[in-house]
Structures are given as structure tokens and as C-alpha cells.
Design a protein around this ligand. Sequence first.
Ligand code: ZN
Length: 144
Amino acid sequence: MQNKTFYNEILTDHNLHPEHKHELENANFEMDGVNPSCGDEIRLKLRVDDGIITDGAYVGNGCAISQASADIMLDLIIGKTKEEAMRLSDIFLRMIKGNVTDEELEELEEASVLQDISHMPARVKCAVLGWHTMEEMFKEDKES
Ligand code: ZN
């Protein structure tokens, strides 16, 4: 299992060198997410073509966990279908609740380092902000 140092390294790396923190001109999905309890804000933008997430980015302000979690999520979901991204999000949210199998954890790749958040209730909303925002975005699409 990952140790504390590994967790901090990944979070720090995604904050110092976020790969997906930028504008996305040709996005066709866009949604704001806020976590008032910590002051985290993100605007998530995705480009979806034929049901596949071909590109994605976010801009925002907030704590290290909220921003790193969004960056890590985008790493994971770009190249996947919307359904696959929603399935991974479900696994992530269950991981935070401590209800996940080892096989599922492996599917989350780097996002699995955020498993420790389940022991820090005050930070849970930070960690899930990006994921909830994506879910809202795709749910709205289904209804329209
Ligand atoms: Zn936060």
C-alpha cells in the first residue's frame, strides 16, 4: 500500500505541475463546482466526441486536495467514454466511503492515493469536488 510520503508527493506534484489546469476553447461540456466549507471552486470543461471524452481541463481556486483531485481525475477520464468515467467516479466515491475492492482501487490508478481522505472527514468534500462536478455535468446532459 502507498505510504503517507507517496500521497503527499502525488498531491504536491499535481499542484505544482497541473497538467490539465488551463482553459479549453473547444469544450462542449462545462460545469461549475463549489465547496463552500473550504472555499474550493472549480470550473470543469470537457470535450466529448461520439460519447468519448477526448479532452478536458479545469480552472479554479482552492486547497491542494481539491485542485489535485480534479487534475488526477482528468488524467484518468480523458480517452474514456462518458459511461466509463461515471463508473470510475462511482468507484472513487465509494472508495472515499471505504467501500471498494482491491481490483477497483487499481482501476483508479493515481486517484487511489486519495483513499486516506476517508479518515479526514473535513477534507472529503475537497477530494470529491471534481468528481461530483463531472457527475452533475453528465446527469444534466441525460435529462436534456
Ligand atoms: Zn478544500
